[in-house]
Design a protein around this ligand. Structure first.
Ligand SMILES: [Zn+2]
Ligand SMILES: [Zn+2]
Length: 144
């Protein structure tokens, strides 16, 4: 939607990046998915539209370095990407990720987010370079 795109363009410019069609496409995708997505999943969603894998990867990294996305590691050696929530400046939000040990699905648990004060905690925590993980069976797998 056009209004959505305008907000995303502002966000990309605000992070000091030039707005390109690839960046907008990646941000749009990551704004509409639930849970973090891997490069492979981004490819699966977008290569049908003519995007090539290298372009998508480069832009995932550029958006991550600009602070608009972050990499999530749930311990299965797959980097996943998600949008960094727009938050206030005094706190960094960390939400846990739930990894299903049967199907490998990863879900965000924003309801369980912790707010780390920007001071008096390890620097990695204040900078958002930590991960909180929960493991178990997702609803679909537990029903089998
Ligand atoms: Zn599962
Ligand atoms: Zn998440």
């Amino acid at each position: 939607m056009a209004a959505d795109d305008d907000a995303l363009k502002d966000l990309i410019r605000g992070a000091g990046l030039r707005v390109t069609r690839a960046r907008l496409t990646v941000m749009r995708l990551l704004s509409h998915v639930e849970g973090p997505v891997s490069h492979a999943e981004v490819n699966a969603s977008l290569t049908g539209d003519g995007w090539d894998r290298a372009t998508l990867y480069r832009n995932l990294i550029a958006l991550t370095e600009a602070g608009l996305l972050r990499r999530v590691d749930v311990g299965d050696h797959v980097w996943r990407f998600e949008r960094v929530p727009e938050s206030n400046h005094a706190h960094v939000e960390h939400h846990p990720h739930f990894l299903c040990t049967a199907c490998g699905d990863v879900a965000c648990l924003p309801e369980l987010a912790i707010q780390a004060p920007a001071s008096a905690v390890p620097r990695a925590l204040a900078a958002g370079q930590v991960s909180i993980q929960l493991r178990g069976l997702c609803d679909e797998c537990i029903a089998i």
